[in-house]
Design a protein around this ligand. Structure first.
Ligand SMILES: NC(=O)NCCC[C@H](N)C(=O)O
Length: 418
């Protein structure tokens, strides 16, 4: 259901490579201190992090963008500012602290504990998770004793959300509106409600955000969508990966809402194999310039491409299978004869490692200027040889969650390509 904004929208994303003006990130923090060898895989991390280094490297990324005049909004800060609004605090806590989430007999006590916290600490727990260890020793209502005895002190009253680092996935700005994504894996389900609170109540967004599709307060069933699959490339086109994470049930509903709301004219669907290394389209394909993309050929060559346009009732959607390769369909939508394609660098072994380490996951700051991990030396070299300016950030720790500069950013305001 499309919700029109009540005041003038300030944000919108009109391409993948036009000048970036404003972006949402989420710094590593408490949630990453919660990662251990025994829980990290359940939390969708392949390893534990040296958190202090990850924080420094992330700060380096933020500084690089700010130095180029880009407004960088940080999620812990935005959430804390949202929680300053009493109505927002009540809205969010009454949805988070329920018998289903924290347990009957505990909800009231935990709510009282959280109600006493300042907004910054509360935001930290909402993103970083609340463990029984965090409660004061003398805070021991019977329900808490039960958790402590049952779990050996390791259970969480609120789950840690380390994948908020990847702001790309939780919500997606598509031209003048946003999607509130129902994420695929349970470890990420709680992220979208936090973003709904921010977009609904934070003074920068309240009343000025149009929601195309998705609502974390609704059960979406098999309709799952993650922003790493969603690319508003310009020219009225949205490219969406149909991947491990984003389903046809979600893509077709979003397409319909975009057509009805005149948000887009066509959706190009990239049907991908389902695998962790290529969990989203942006792990194997990103745009680097008006006419340059980077791809991991092993997966891109397997993509089946479909185009969806509006159709009259009773079908509403006109779905066509494309004969041309995916990259050529994207080029056509951009009004180009072809895209210059930069494949992941190195021999077959190195290129597989570089894809795994987010070598194809570039964030364009403007046409032809991208941010990439330093470790992907061979891919970055090929991009430079093609005339792309590559700004490197350190990927040693940040990359352990399997995402690069594209995944770690949600553009809020980006120009069309001129
Ligand atoms: N767009 C992206 O590819 N995001 C990376 C998400 C990584 C995260 N650990 C996940 O598995 O969901």
């Amino acid at each position: 259901m499309t919700a029109p904004p009540t005041t003038q929208p300030r944000y919108g994303v009109h391409s993948e490579v036009g000048r970036l003006h404003s972006v949402l990130v989420c710094s590593p923090g408490l949630a990453h201190h919660r990662l251990t060898p025994s829980n990290c895989h359940d939390l969708l991390y392949d390893d534990v992090l040296w958190v202090e280094q990850a924080e420094q490297h992330h700060q380096g990324f933020v500084t690089l963008m700010k130095d180029r005049g880009i407004e960088v909004k940080e999620l812990h800060t935005l959430l804390a500012e949202t929680l300053h609004v009493p109505e927002a605090r009540d809205w969010l806590l009454s949805r988070k602290i329920t018998p289903d989430e924290v347990g009957l007999g505990l909800a009231t006590d935990i709510r009282e504990f959280l109600d006493e916290l300042d907004s910054a600490t509360l935001a930290d727990y909402l993103i970083g998770g609340l463990s029984t260890h965090d409660l004061p020793r003398d805070f021991s209502p019977p329900g808490v004793q039960l958790v402590r005895e049952e779990s050996g002190m390791t259970d969480y009253l609120l789950p840690p959300l380390p994948n908020t680092l990847f702001t790309r996935d939780t919500t997606s700005w598509v031209y003048g509106g946003v999607t509130l994504n129902p994420l695929y894996w349970p470890a990420r389900h709680a992220e979208t409600l936090l973003m709904k609170a921010v977009y609904s109540y934070h003074p920068d967004f309240a009343g000025a955000v149009r929601t195309w599709w998705g609502d974390p307060e609704m059960e979406h069933g098999f309709a799952t969508l993650e922003g790493g699959d969603v690319m508003p490339i310009g020219n009225g086109t949205v490219v969406i990966g149909m991947s491990e994470r984003s389903s046809r049930q979600a893509i077709t509903q979003l397409a319909m809402e975009l057509f009805l709301g005149e948000g887009a004219e066509q959706v190009i669907v990239a049907k991908m194999p389902r695998m962790r290394a290529a969990m989203h389209l942006d792990t194997v394909f990103t745009l680097a310039d008006r006419d340059v993309c980077t791809v991991f050929p092993g997966i891109i060559d397997q993509i089946e491409t479909f185009t969806i346009r509006e159709a009259p009732a009773p079908t509403f959607l006109d779905v066509n299978r494309e004969d041309r390769p995916f990259v050529d369909v994207v080029a056509g939508a951009l009004g180009l004869d072809h895209l210059r394609v930069i494949e992941t660098g190195g021999d077959r072994y190195m290129s597989e490692r570089q894809q795994w380490d987010s070598g194809n996951n570039l964030l364009a700051l403007e046409p032809g200027v991208v941010v990439a991990y330093d470790r992907n030396v061979a891919t970055n070299k090929k991009l430079r040889a093609a005339g792309v300016e590559v700004l490197e950030i350190v990927g040693a720790e940040l990359g352990r969650g399997r995402g690069g500069a594209h995944c770690m950013t949600q553009p809020l305001l980006r120009d069309p390509v001129d």
